[in-house]
Write a protein that binds this ligand. Structure first.
Ligand SMILES: Cc1ncc(COP(=O)(O)O)c(C=O)c1O
Length: 362
């Protein structure tokens, strides 16, 4: 049996021991619910959440009252779509870079959906952004792996409508680039903890002006007082966090962020893989050399067959449409094969996988 080689970090990042140990420490020594007691343990948990929120705020150049914890990017996008109370009289601008999670909540809102043009590199065409009431911006496609110029995209969208509400999907971008929400001047930004090495079930939703929006979920932990059926909400961000938070996942988040900032994935490995695959006659590369991923299709072989053959050799990579139907349609493929890396991958692993690919295709 071959050694497992994990090249699917864009789907979910592997967890470092520092994250695992932080979560085990929390579960075994400090566990309690948050915001619901004044005992020593509850105070510890409240303090842990406060520190995690502060760390996330620094990480994104935000203020801590603008940081809402939720279950992930998908949750954030659904919440935002509901909070905006959209209908057929509103135009939501999307792009073919979107993951299903970013676009579908807006499609299902009943709003008028308009697709933003891409330029010849498949980047959002900054000079041709149409009018929008809401603009969903995928900061990095999970198929093409190219960072978008979010600050200038937003500036350009505001020339058409100064009040456009901008929603940035940072699920892939956050792994490879610093997020600066003040520089971007976006209204919302979402990402998922599991893509940066924290646990699943935890996400972040940044809201620039929390006081302008009302929560769409109701329950424990978000009201100050209830009188009959009337309620007085807590201030942001707590008013947007109904119910028990994913406490165990939050306990590992600061370690995951610290580690990511010290040690981002080495994109030199991706360039190397790209250069090696460029010489394989049956491979058609979809990504550019400077992307954060390598995505390709294979001549005369279905991507699922390729996936089975490489999977049988112990390699974990992604095949299929990757919840990104629109960019695949645009490129004329049903799906593709994606290699993505974490800081834990090595040149030896890349060389082994290239050897396996050549063996499969010979
Ligand atoms: C660009 C992009 N957006 C959104 C998502 C959805 O993330 P989650 O499933 O963690 O909510 C993903 C996950 O693959 C993604 O790559």
């Amino acid at each position: 049996m071959n050694k497992i080689i994990y090249l699917d970090s864009a789907a979910s990042y592997l967890k470092d021991d520092v994250v695992v140990n932080a979560q085990v420490d929390f579960l075994s020594k400090h566990y309690a619910n948050s915001g619901r007691g004044i005992c020593a343990r509850a105070v510890y948990v409240d303090d842990m959440i406060m520190r995690a929120r502060q760390r996330v705020a620094e990480f994104m150049n935000a203020d801590k009252n603008q940081i809402v914890f939720n279950s992930g990017t998908t949750d954030g996008m659904n919440t935002i779509s509901k909070m905006l109370n959209l209908g057929a009289d509103k135009t939501v601008l999307v792009s073919d870079l979107d993951h299903h999670s970013a676009r579908l909540p807006f499609v299902k809102s009943g709003a008028n959906i308009c697709v933003c043009p891409l330029d010849e590199n498949f980047d959002i065409d900054i000079d041709n952004i149409p009018y929008a009431d809401v603009f969903v911006i995928t900061a990095m496609s999970n198929v093409l792996g190219r960072p978008q110029d979010v600050a200038n995209i937003i500036k350009s969208a505001r020339k058409k409508n100064p009040d456009v509400i901008t929603v940035v999907d940072c699920a892939q971008y956050v792994v490879h680039h610093e997020i600066d929400v003040k520089l971007w001047d976006c209204d919302f930004a979402c990402w998922s903890g599991h893509k940066i090495g924290a646990d699943t079930g935890l996400g972040v939703m940044y809201i620039k002006n929390p006081e302008k929006f009302a929560p769409v979920n109701f329950g424990g932990g978000m009201v100050r007082r209830v009188v009959g059926n009337d309620l007085i909400l807590m201030d942001a961000p707590e008013c947007f966090e109904a119910g028990t938070l994913p406490l165990t996942q939050i306990s590992g988040l600061v370690s995951a962020i610290d580690l990511l900032e010290k040690n981002r994935p080495d994109l030199g490995l991706i360039k190397y893989a790209y250069d090696q695959l460029l010489n394989c006659s049956r491979i058609k590369l979809i990504t550019s050399r400077d992307a954060a991923l390598v995505t390709f299709v294979v001549d005369d072989m279905h991507v699922l067959d390729f996936g089975a053959l490489i999977g049988a050799r112990g390699v974990c990579l992604r095949v299929g449409n990757m919840c990104a139907t629109w960019i695949h349609e645009r490129l004329g493929y049903d799906g593709s094969v994606r290699i993505s890396i974490g800081a834990y991958n090595t040149m030896d692993e890349i060389n082994t996988v290239i050897r396996y690919i050549k063996e499969i295709l010979k």
